[in-house]
Each structure stands twice: as C-alpha cells, then as structure tokens.
Design a protein around this ligand. Structure first.
Ligand SMILES: [Ca+2]
Ligand SMILES: [Ca+2]
Length: 81
C-alpha cells in the first residue's frame, strides 16, 4: 500500500507541473507560444526569448517552470474570489 501511495505521488507531480502549460495552451500542442501567453499576460518578446531556453520558439512546461517568477508576475492574477 505504501508503494502505491509513493507511485501515486510520483505520477501526480508531473501532472501538477503540466497545469501551467495547459492553463495557457489554447491549441493543445502542449507548449505555449507568445501569442497564447499574452492572451493573459503582458510579456515582451525579449523576455519571452529569455524564457525560451532551447530557442525553439515555444515554451515547454519545463521552461515555464523555470521562468515562472519573471514571466507570471506579468500575468493577470487568477481570480480567487
Ligand atoms: Ca499551444
Ligand atoms: Ca523552448
């Protein structure tokens, strides 16, 4: 039973990590481009390119996790009320 819970925890970690992409990913290609990001954010092209570590023109989940602090402070706050 403990192994099952551990496995569940290991599985659920990447799922949680994916939430950031899925929140912005309008065309469901599992990556976020600048247009998608700026539907909710105000990110400059320069900042976007800084976040795009492998320079393929889109942000993967891993890149978004690395970039989150300086990118997402430029996004509209989530409604919590
Ligand atoms: Ca996309
Ligand atoms: Ca990239």
């Amino acid at each position: 039973m403990k192994k099952f819970i551990l496995a569940l925890a290991l599985i659920s970690t990447p799922v949680l990590a994916q939430d950031r992409v899925s929140k912005f990913d309008k065309n469901n290609d599992k990556v976020v481009d600048l247009g998608e990001l700026n539907l909710n954010c105000d990110v400059s092209e320069k900042l976007y390119k800084t976040a795009d570590k492998n320079q393929d023109g889109v942000l993967s989940n891993a890149e978004m996790r690395i970039a989150k602090e300086y990118l997402f402070e430029r996004c509209r706050k989530e409604k919590k009320d």
